[in-house]
Design a protein around this ligand. Structure first.
Ligand SMILES: [Zn+2]
Length: 442
């Protein structure tokens, strides 16, 4: 049997078996101690049973499918990012940059010669996604800090068009697994005199549109140039009465973006601005308003599947920088926390992002923003899902990354300890796999 044919056969069998085998809650009693540090698992285990991987259904007489992998992680506790139960003693087989199989270490039959890393006692997660950064404040080389700390994808929400598109192309052309996957928007779209011009002036990477036709033209130009998504501003920074995109302009932008398969993120500061953005078709709010989001608007966001990325920490940093921290802590922080809590309780889609590039926001794992969400009362599981599966959806890559599932890109993070009981475990990154390659190993 040729190698190619064998791989194809294995894939087909895995696929058939997965269709037949509902990924049920893993049973705990079958957690046989898999101490394998290299090579295949010992023979003699039945493959049927508690796992999401290939089982005996279509495996013929032997009941086993030998998996030829480039890389295998074995023995860790898997948080799959989709909110399911932890799969203990998990094994993940990776081939050609993708996840080939996921299951219990005792169940997968990995071919001899596959490179195997024993991660027993550690926790495996999908690579994290930061859905709101401004990467222009660091060199491309410096963005490796994100990858090294487990953030394998960053979504840039505003930069100079040529700079961003070039950076993305350079990053992809390098094939360097140490660089995070980069998604870019180019300049933020606003109106003359609207946010961000009064704060940053005309040199800031933003576009002013004049009417719906102009808005459509400018969005088309951005997409033609190669951006992944569109960022707009509706309301500024506090209710200053600055001009804003009209309903017709927002509709024009979201209409042309959606027709071309691109999502639209919105900078908002007020609930009124958020409402206009939501009702005119945006896909996610890149900040929380500083005033309460009415419950009916939250319900509408849930119904329209408009995500929220509150970026609480950057506002705290700005308040500290402006000398208004005491007021902010007393008046605004509780409102933003309550917005986040009520949105989560209503079943809204949350995406973790920290607005890197602004004062005080650190490169790497966004622990400060994670801590803000935890302070607001969100569970570690909610936060992790917002940083993985749901961040992937918001980034337009829900089919590609964000969960540990067969067929997805092999972007994985291994940490010491259990982040479901203590989120600080996310600071103890031991191993990062990006695109199937080891990008960092402690
Ligand atoms: Zn931003």
């Amino acid at each position: 049997m040729t190698y190619r044919f064998a791989c194809t056969l294995v894939l087909i069998l895995c696929g058939l078996a997965l269709v037949a085998c509902e990924p049920a809650e893993p049973s705990r009693q079958s957690g046989s101690p898999s101490a394998s540090t290299s090579g295949p698992n010992s023979s003699g285990h039945e493959t049927a049973g508690a796992s999401t991987k290939a089982t005996t259904t279509n495996a013929g007489e032997t009941g086993r499918n030998t998996i030829e992998a480039d890389l295998v992680l074995t023995g860790g506790n898997l948080i799959d990012g989709a909110g399911g139960a932890v799969l203990e003693d998990a094994e993940i087989a990776i081939k050609d940059g993708r996840i080939l199989a996921v299951g219990r270490a005792a169940g997968l039959d990995v071919a001899e010669g596959s490179r195997t890393l024993d991660v027993s006692g550690k926790t495996i997660l999908p690579g994290f996604i930061n859905t709101h950064v401004h990467s222009r404040y660091v060199t491309l080389d410096e963005t490796k800090t994100w990858t090294r700390e487990g953030v394998t994808t960053v979504r840039d929400l505003g930069g100079y068009l040529d700079d961003m598109v070039t950076r993305k192309r350079d990053s992809e052309a390098s094939g360097d697994p140490n660089l995070p996957r980069l998604l870019v928007s180019g300049p933020m779209i606003s109106v003359p005199g609207g946010h961000p011009f009064p704060i940053y002036g005309d040199d800031y990477p933003a576009l002013a549109v004049r009417g719906p036709d102009d808005a459509r033209d400018q969005v088309n130009e951005l997409l033609d140039a190669g951006v992944d998504h569109i960022k707009i501003a509706v309301s500024g920074r506090s209710d200053t009465g600055w001009p804003e995109l009209s309903d017709e302009e927002i509709q024009a932008i979201t209409g042309v973006a959606h027709a071309r398969g691109a999502r639209v993120a919105v900078h908002v500061d007020t609930a009124a601005g958020l409402r206009r953005a939501v009702e005119n078709g945006v896909d996610d709010a890149a900040h929380s308003p500083r005033d309460p989001i009415p419950n009916d608007l939250i319900a509408e966001m849930v119904e329209r599947n408009v995500a929220l990325s509150p970026t609480i920490d950057v506002y705290q940093n700005l308040a500290e920088e402006n000398g208004t921290a005491a007021e902010w802590n007393a008046a605004t922080l509780p409102v933003m926390q309550d917005n986040l809590r009520r949105f989560a309780e209503a079943g809204g889609t949350l995406a973790l992002g920290d607005d890197f590039g602004n004062p005080g926001v650190e490169l790497g794992m966004p622990m400060d923003e994670i801590q803000q969400w935890s302070n607001a009362g969100l569970s570690p599981r909610q936060i992790i899902t917002a940083a993985t599966r749901d961040a992937a959806k918001v980034s337009g890559l829900g089919d590609e990354i964000g969960t540990v599932e067969r067929g997805k890109a092999a972007d994985l993070l291994v940490v010491d300890g259990n982040p479901l009981s203590d989120l600080r475990a996310l600071e103890g990154v031991e191993l990062v796999v990006h695109g199937g390659e080891v990008a960092f190993s402690r």
